[in-house]
Design a protein around this ligand. Structure first.
Ligand code: ATP
Ligand code: ADX
Length: 179
């Protein structure tokens, strides 16, 4: 199965992906994480943050994820994945995709600001360091209308969030059709 985490930067996707992979490893279930930062930094270096590049980023991650999931590996795609169109494309292309909205209020994310991006996005327009396309501040995020799982990392602890998602993964079994 492909577990498509989506949510704003700092919402907790990487934290949850790693925690869940550890849990799955511990019970003997193969798992792999396809992480936006990791793939962008190593394989997709030419991609930026325009709509077109984000769409392409998700297309590529989905393609790779399917290679793993076909082998029975629980494949967690951890990326902001902001567009309904990109998510719908993966859902229509692959038979084993589950969407997980990792949610957290923007004001809490501005407080977490683990990478300093929110402070830069909130700088005045004329500031040379201003980020002009940070998802959730000045770039689009389409809230998933019907996610398979909704997780709010502001109201639930890391333990509770990862247990919720882990339980979903081990119970969910969509048939995987060959094509
Ligand atoms: N319930 C929670 N679940 C996950 N992370 C949490 C939770 N509560 C607090 N956090 C904290 O929020 C931060 C989330 O950072 P993380 O890198 O996982 O986010 P991300 O969504 O992967 O961001 P990015 O898109 O920038 O990679 C971590 O510092 C983590 O400790
Ligand atoms: N303008 C930006 N918007 C969002 N993330 C950014 C931006 N610039 C740099 N980043 C970094 O790139 C990561 C997001 O990459 P992805 O998850 O791969 O994004 S996605 O939009 O194409 O799905 C964030 O974790 C953050 O570290």
């Amino acid at each position: 199965m492909i577990v498509l985490l989506c949510g704003l930067s700092g919402a907790g996707k990487t934290t949850l992906a790693r925690t869940i992979k550890n849990k799955l490893d511990a019970d003997g279930t193969s798992a792999e994480i396809i992480d936006g930062d990791e793939y962008r930094g190593n394989l997709f270096k030419e991609l930026g943050y325009s709509r077109e590049d984000r769409m392409e980023n998700i297309r590529r991650m989905g393609f790779i994820a399917r290679k793993f999931s076909r082998q029975g590996i629980v494949t967690i795609v951890s990326a902001i994945n902001p567009y309904a169109q990109a998510r719908a494309e993966l859902l229509s292309r692959y038979p084993d995709v589950f969407t997980v909205h990792v949610d957290c209020p923007v004001d809490v994310l501005i407080g977490r600001d683990t990478k300093g991006f929110y402070a830069k996005a909130l700088l005045p327009d004329e500031h040379p360091d201003k980020i002009k396309n940070l998802t959730g501040i000045n770039d689009q995020f389409d809230i998933p209308a019907t996610p398979d799982v909704y997780i709010n990392t502001h109201v639930n602890s890391i333990d509770d969030c990862s247990n919720m998602l882990y339980n979903f993964i081990i119970n969910a079994k969509k048939p995987v059709y060959e094509f």
